[in-house]
Design a protein around this ligand. Structure first.
Ligand code: 5GP
Ligand code: MN
Length: 325
């Protein structure tokens, strides 16, 4: 991996710099949004100038996070010239998106803070902990190493990052350190019930309709080990749903009893975004996502392929079947 850094080295590097842009990945999730915002609060607490840039702006699910109203869509004009770009939760350079790559490349100082073990590093400094369940878990330690007090706002953002990437502390990536980081957030006085009600016990009508449309087209293999479904642009239109309303649908496929590999194939113009999940017995990143040009984690991975939905899903199913033996 390129230019690895410890928490302390990264904190010292950040302290020496200013005029930050925190960059999340394309189709930002709770970890990208929450970690970028949490680190932005931490850097501002040190008196630094910092902004968050997310491709497409802040997803509506995270729009009420503290500081979310100040998030820029990557590529938008910024209030100052960025001197330090930090990619957070971005597993590879390409996942910055075109505008993100341009912003990152234009910054004289560039760093990466991430938890995807497939990350090779693409800045002058990379803080990577492949065992961390989320970038948010690492960000709590970075804030501590910066000597910043975990404020309620900071903790709210980081808790959302930690919670969403672990399925609210239920996926196999959840470890002692995950709960310790969440505990520090709780100590800052966050509203856990309010945050989780918004994230997990509330969904828009559009999101609910989309879920129904996708699940109505469910496929399960004869042996019951693989499940797949399609999310078309027509479904998005019919449900009046947004792209981001896809989040979590693949879990319903993976949760079917007996299923060890699940894939949601989502139509994106002439390309297909594959969202994949697996039981711990199958490393879906290694055996399916990476061979398809994507990446991710052992039990949650994805890829974007230049194939129509059906062909893309079949490629993933073939690779999974081969790996399952
Ligand atoms: P999701 O299925 O929730 O979109 O993504 C699960 C995980 O797979 C993400 O945390 C991310 O690491 C990875 N992932 C998703 N889509 C892509 C993709 O198109 N390319 C790569 N390299 N990784 C992806
Ligand atoms: Mn993440």
């Amino acid at each position: 991996m390129m230019n690895p850094a410890t928490i302390e080295q990264m904190a010292a590097w950040l302290k020496d710099r200013d005029d930050f842009a925190l960059l999340g990945h394309v189709y930002p999730d709770g970890d990208a949004a929450g970690s970028c915002l949490g680190l932005c609060h931490a850097l501002r607490a040190l008196g630094k100038r910092a902004v968050v840039c997310l491709p497409g702006g802040i997803p509506s699910l995270y729009a009420d996070l503290p500081g979310a109203d100040g998030v820029f869509a990557t590529g938008d004009a910024l209030p100052f010239e960025v001197r330090t770009a930090v990619a957070v939760d971005v597993s590879e350079y390409e996942r910055l998106g075109d505008a993100g790559k341009a912003l990152f490349d234009a910054a004289p100082q560039r760093a990466v803070i991430d938890h995807h073990s497939t990350n090779h590093g693409f800045g002058q400094l990379t803080l990577l902990d492949g065992a961390a369940a989320s970038a948010g878990e690492i960000a709590v330690e970075v804030a501590e190493a910066l000597g910043v007090k975990l404020s309620r706002d900071m903790a709210t953002c980081l808790f959302v990052a930690i919670s969403t990437d672990t399925g609210h502390f239920s996926y196999s990536n959840t470890r002692q350190e995950t709960l310790a980081a969440a505990s520090k957030c709780a100590a800052a006085g966050i509203d856990i019930s309010g945050i989780t009600a918004r994230l997990y016990r509330t969904r828009t009508q559009a999101r609910t309709l989309l879920l129904g449309l996708v699940l109505a087209g469910l496929h399960v293999s004869e042996d019951g080990r693989m499940a797949w479904a399609f999310l078309t642009e027509a479904m998005l239109e019919q449900a009046h749903a947004l792209r981001e309303d896809n989040e979590g649908i693949v879990n319903y496929l993976q949760e079917i009893e007996g299923v060890v590999f699940a894939v949601l194939a989502e139509e994106r113009g002439s390309e297909t975004k594959l969202s994949m999940r697996s039981a711990p017995t199958l490393d879906v990143a290694k055996h399916v996502a990476v061979p398809l040009g994507g990446g991710g984690h052992p039990c949650a991975a994805g890829a974007t392929v230049k194939l129509p939905m059906e062909a893309a899903a079949q490629r993933a199913l073939e690779l999974a079947r081969r790996a399952l033996g």
